[in-house]
Design a protein around this ligand. Structure first.
Ligand code: NAP
Ligand code: MG
Length: 401
């Protein structure tokens, strides 16, 4: 059989621990036998990040800007224990944080739905994608404890030294205050990423804030989304048969719980933090989620939403059997290959990505799965496979297809 040819390389970002082990198995068993894989390889494993003083991370983000599509393995974000374990020169920053800052993107997370692992919310028939704004608000706030009576004010000093003041509160006793900010440029990027992704998926976009209470802060989010939609996307949305829908956050929550899914839910930073955990746990597990960073300029980075599964890796190193779920990592590869196929007009590559995803889903639906899924499935007598055998079983299914 002739392998599928690629014209532009994928940016391949290798990672750490158990996911690095899975990464190689996935390439060897599920991709390279079928695709004449072209990648520009960056080793983001912690040892190599340390050797390059983390330059490799920035280089991989630059390459992503150049080529447009990357696939990333989970990586260790160093803490004090990792600095010791790997004898690091520095406590290097989170690679995801570095890449996100350089690409200025929004992260979209969608559950992978299979029969036998049913969402706990019974009316959810289709996946709900969460788009989380990844800048500002409470994550970049400053806070103060107020010890006792006194006046707290917001003060803005412009470049010429002119002050604008707003009274926060005249305190009679102790209390707390908090100052948050966001940037119009960041909200604009967030909005464009969401509108582009909705067009990509041909799904409607929901957005919600608390603009009735927060008449300047949240209202600015609402206004920026509305203006960009009217000026740049309305016609495209109408042509695609999808809608942009704005409502209040509490109303959105009530509607989401009664919906059948199948839309993108854009969330402010805090709402996205909270509701992405709600949606992912209601649908099953982090190992059954796709995750993609989309930049406003239309650059895509696909990854798994979970970490490097350290506990399993130490078992693997001791020669013990592991049953680590590779689905999210496989879907990172299929997402990237499909996007590359779309951009380069290689329909065989898109078809291959579709087929591999179907093979994964039908393997699980036939009752063969990893331990984490066996624990939550409604299928009777699931067959629990180890990490390697699960991937081999997917290959069997794929070959039959
Ligand atoms: P984790 O790797 O997500 O794993 C936490 C636990 O969740 C595992 O011990 C396992 O539970 C379960 N789990 C997660 N993914 C699984 C999978 N694919 N298959 C089966 N079970 C899975 O989080 P962590 O252990 O807290 O973090 C390990 C490292 O990952 C850290 O150094 C962190 O910095 C990094 N991290 C990276 C990313 C990223 O690159 N995107 C994201 C988060 C964390 P059981 O042990 O009970 O089986
Ligand atoms: Mg969280």
């Amino acid at each position: 059989m002739d392998r599928i040819k690629m014209t532009t390389p994928l940016v391949e970002m290798d990672g750490d621990e158990m996911t690095r082990v899975l990464w190689k198995m996935i390439k060897d068993e599920l991709i390279e036998p079928y695709v004449d894989l072209k990648t520009e390889y960056y080793d983001l494993g912690l040892e190599h990040r340390n050797e390059t003083n983390d330059k490799v991370t920035a280089d991989s983000a630059e390459a992503t800007k150049k080529y447009g599509v990357a696939v990333k393995c989970a990586t260790i974000t160093p803490n004090a224990a990792r600095v010791k374990e790997y004898n690091l020169k520095e406590m290097w920053k989170s690679p995801n944080g570095t890449i996100r800052a350089m690409l200025d993107g929004t992260v979209f997370r969608t559950p992978i739905v299979v029969k036998g692992i049913e969402p706990v919310v019974k009316c959810w028939k289709k996946p709900i994608t969460i788009a989380r704004h990844a800048y500002g608000d409470v994550y970049k706030s400053v806070e103060m404890k107020i010890p006792g009576a006194g006046k707290a004010e917001l003060v803005f000093t412009d470049e010429n030294g002119n002050e604008t003041r707003e009274l926060i509160h005249n305190f009679n006793g102790a209390g707390v205050i908090q100052g948050q900010h966001n940037l119009n440029s960041s909200i604009e990027s967030f909005a464009r990423s969401c509108f582009n992704y909705a067009l990509d998926l041909k799904q409607s976009l929901w957005f919600a804030t608390k603009d009735t209470i927060s008449k300047k802060y949240d209202h600015t989010f609402k206004d920026i989304f509305a203006e960009i939609y009217e000026n740049e996307y309305k016609e495209k949305f109408e042509a695609a048969g999808i809608e942009y829908f704005y409502t209040l956050i509490d109303d959105a929550v009530a509607r989401v719980m009664k919906s059948e899914g199948g839309f993108i839910w854009a969330c402010k930073n805090y709402d996205g933090d909270v509701f992405s955990d709600m949606v992912s746990s209601a649908f099953g597990s982090l190992a059954m989620m796709t995750s993609v960073l989309v930049s406003p300029s239309g650059v895509y980075e696909y990854e798994a939403a979970h970490g490097t599964v350290q506990r399993h890796y130490y078992k693997y190193l001791k020669g013990e059997e592991t049953s680590t779920n590779s689905v999210a990592t496989i879907f990172a590869w299929t997402g990237a290959l499909r996007k590359r196929g779309e951009l380069d007009g290689i329909s065989e590559l898109c078809d291959f990505a579709d087929r591999l995803e179907k093979a994964v889903i039908s393997t699980i639906e036939s009752g063969k799965m990893t331990k984490d899924l066996a624990a939550i499935t409604e299928l009777e007598n699931p067959v629990v496979l180890n990490s390697q055998d699960f991937i081999k079983e997917i290959k069997n299914t794929l070959d039959k297809m």
